[in-house]
Design a protein around this ligand. Structure first.
Ligand SMILES: *Cc1c(COP(=O)(O)O)cnc(C)c1O
Length: 407
């Protein structure tokens, strides 16, 4: 058993008493689920001053600078910055002029599903793999029929999905493959950055992701035709002569956001490195604890750990994930259930819940067991070590805690 000292953060013999038993939280200050890795005001000042003076606060050079920085790093042919990942998804699907059904996971964030609805496309939910929590390619192929217009995959928690298998399937049936890559900026499959797979991949720069522009999205594609179309759709459908060639929206990113995004982007490597170290510490302390499992990351892949999510088996761990969340809250630690309820059970889509009942057994089961912990560089590794120890001690005391909760 690895133990650490609260005082020094060094590994040694120390045991924590969970706050739910002692009445004293192990973290005196609240640890939120996420905290954006933001630049200092001094880093922004010059660029902000410049655009305030020139008046170029939209359609200026900083959006292009951000696009170019991401393009050269990901080694992808085209990059378009948009105001959100959600609008990026909507516009890519619109530009592809799809009709009919689109295969998607239900175990995702609502925006993946909403993007279909905004395009009058019918979702066909396919279950995830138990190990990776990403779309199961075998089930994807089984779900394809004449009406299937596209596959919309996801790299959950920044862990790349089975891109090569899905690419083969999409080629075989000659349908577009799009990835909601909201979580996955900086993630890799082998030596290739996410952003290069399928017809297009769409990242999010909202504040809960690894880096942020305040709000923002990034469309990456190697398809020049698609790029040209989305570029016009991003600007109302207006190619520049006020004679719209399609029904677009204003999905442009402002220069203010691009400046923040550019500075935040410089922090991506450091943020990912921290999250990898976080993962190493958690695995070191928690891998032997019964009833805690982690999504599998393929050896050749790089996960950016947008989220750190555990799968809690109540029988073995002694507490269910809701009870674990309650314990953590007593120690001032925030958590979320990513993703519960899954999309086919959301109130906005009552019909889906009925028609898909019992067809997504892994999604239904896993969504009741997942718990995502705070993960961000500002947290410091010292607190990560204590958090790992705390979870270990909650497990050790699970019988007493359970009794206390049942009272
Ligand atoms: C955050 C998120 C989005 C939405 O991103 P926005 O930039 O907020 O529109 C879409 N899909 C997934 C999986 C997300 O986590």
């Amino acid at each position: 058993m690895v133990k650490i000292s609260i005082k020094t953060g060094q590994w040694e013999k120390t045991m924590l008493t969970p706050g739910i038993l002692s009445g004293k939280p192990n973290f005196p200050d609240f640890i939120p689920l996420t905290f954006p890795n933001l630049p200092d005001l001094s880093e922004l000042q010059q660029s902000f001053q410049e655009i305030l003076q020139t008046g170029m606060i939209t359609n200026g050079s900083y959006v292009k600078k951000l696009e170019n920085a991401i393009k050269s790093k990901l080694k992808v042919r085209h990059v378009l910055a948009v105001n959100t990942c959600t609008s990026g998804l909507i516009l890519v699907l619109k530009a592809l002029k799809l009709k009919g059904e689109v295969i998607i996971p239900s175990f995702t964030f609502c925006a993946t599903l909403h993007s279909l609805n905004w395009n009058q496309l019918t979702p066909v939910f396919v279950d995830i793999e138990q190990k990776t929590l990403n779309l199961d390619p075998k089930r994807v192929e089984m779900a394809i029929n004449k009406k299937t217009a596209a596959i919309l995959g996801l790299h959950i928690y920044g862990n790349p999905c089975a891109v090569n298998k899905l690419t083969k399937i999409a080629k075989k049936y000659e349908i577009p493959l799009i990835f909601d890559a909201a979580h996955a900026l900086g993630a890799k499959v082998g030596n290739t950055f996410i952003g290069n797979f399928g017809t297009a991949e769409i990242f999010s720069l909202s504040p809960t992701k690894c880096i942020t522009s305040g709000e923002g999205g990034i469309i990456a594609t190697n398809n020049t035709k698609l790029y040209e179309k989305v570029k016009v759709l991003r600007n109302y459908g207006d190619p520049g002569d006020y004679n719209c060639i399609d029904v677009g929206i204003n999905a442009r990113m402002s220069e203010f956001h691009a400046i923040v995004g550019l500075k935040s982007y410089k922090r991506l490597q450091g943020e990912i490195r921290f999250r990898q170290q976080y993962n190493e510490i958690m695995l070191k302390v928690l891998h032997k604890i019964p009833g805690i499992a982690f999504p599998k990351i393929e050896a050749k892949n790089l996960c950016n750990f947008k989220d750190f999510t555990m799968i809690i088996d109540e029988k073995k761990f002694g507490l269910n994930r809701d009870q674990l969340a309650l314990c953590l809250r007593k120690d001032n630690v925030d958590s979320r259930f990513y993703f519960f309820p899954p999309q086919h059970q959301q109130k906005a889509y009552p019909r889906l819940g009925r028609s898909f009942k019992n067809k997504l057994p892994i999604t239904d089961k896993i969504s009741r067991k997942v718990i995502s912990l705070p993960i961000y560089k500002k947290m410091t590794l010292y607190k990560v070590k204590i958090l790992a120890m705390l979870i270990s001690s909650i497990y050790k005391n699970s019988h007493i805690i359970k009794k206390k909760l049942d009272e």
